[in-house]
Design a protein around this ligand. Structure first.
Ligand code: GDP
Length: 297
């Protein structure tokens, strides 16, 4: 996987140097942390997140057994691993479940982030888990968005509710919810419209859909490839709409990793799922601990 390659190799070289030493001094730890800091900044991790992270690792490393340890490299890697896991949310954040079905999941995001793809992947994941999802096509603006969702729904055998592109998306969402109830579908996934940039009209429409269907989950789909910008996008959406989670897409691509590492710390909103390709496969739950291990190589 191309993602994190450069970050991983840089961190490995830092830890390799420490590993080679039988004993480390406080200066060695400081020097290593300086390099980790640079590696994280280069991976496009948010500046403040890096600063806090390094401070926490240093405190534990210097206060703790590292300088006394016979395997200081291992001890430091372990501390970094734990702190990185914490930074990305600690434990896996689960999908909400409504007390009374259907559970309503609203998908939001900028155009091209991978919203429609992620909606289909989420539907497939739920279906494989024994659920009966319904997809709703509320993106009436992007040409062919409805068709795309219908094609994907057809591929995975999940029904798609659509009223074409002449009906207000708020009404479509409302009717989709009624349809899900009538048909006994236990999850409703609403694919909403995106724009190239965040604008007030888009936010207003999303707020109205939110008001109409009272979703249990509002998932923001963000493209990891845009790095630091993904974190800014998430922050803006979170300020306007009560997000409950993030889907980070295109982690299969050449991302430097910054978004995955900093988005939770900056927005307070957990990454719930990751997208790993264009092919419709079940959406993958995000495990902070596994991601930390993957980054550390
Ligand atoms: P939307 O405008 O947000 O609905 O975005 P789409 O779902 O149409 O996706 C935009 C493009 O990104 C399409 O070409 C998708 O095939 C591609 N895409 C979506 N998710 C992923 C992913 O996880 N990895 C990769 N490599 N491509 C993706």
């Amino acid at each position: 996987m191309a993602a994190f390659e450069s970050l991983t190799s840089r961190l490995q070289s830092v830890f390799g140097k420490l590993r080679g030493k039988g004993k480390v001094t406080e200066d060695d730890v400081n020097e290593a942390m300086r390099e980790v800091r640079l590696a994280l900044l280069e991976a496009d991790v948010n500046f403040k997140v890096v600063k806090d992270f390094i401070a926490r690792v240093k405190e534990r490393a210097i206060g703790q057994e590292v300088v006394k340890s016979f395997t200081p490299g291992m001890v430091i890697i372990d501390i970094v691993n734990k702190e990185l896991t914490e930074l990305m949310g600690g434990t896996q954040a689960k999908l909400a479940k409504a007390a009374k079905p259907p559970t309503v999941i609203m998908m939001a995001g900028l155009q091209g982030a991978g919203k429609t793809t992620a909606s289909a992947k989420l539907a497939l994941m739920l279906q494989k888990g024994g659920h009966k999802p319904l997809l709703a096509a509320c993106d009436i603006y992007r040409p062919a968005a409805i068709k795309q969702l219908q094609v994907l729904g057809g591929q995975i055998g999940v029904p798609v509710f659509s009223l074409g592109d002449k009906v207000n998306p708020v009404d479509i969402a409302r009717q989709a919810l009624q349809h899900a109830k009538d048909e006994g579908r236990d999850y409703l996934i609403i694919d909403t419209a995106g724009r190239l940039h965040i604008d007030e009209a888009l936010m207003e429409e999303l707020r109205q859909i939110h008001e109409a269907v009272k979703p249990d989950e509002v998932l923001l789909v963000v493209d990891a490839m845009i790095g630091q910008e993904a974190v800014n996008v998430a922050q803006s959406f979170h300020e306007q709409l009560e997000l409950t989670g993030i889907v980070l897409t295109k982690l299969d691509g050449d991302t430097r990793g910054g978004a995955a590492i900093s988005v939770k710390a900056v927005t307070g909103c957990p990454i719930k799922f990751v997208g790993m390709g264009e092919k419709i496969e079940p959406l993958e739950p995000f495990h902070p601990d596994r991601m930390a291990s993957r980054i550390l190589g």
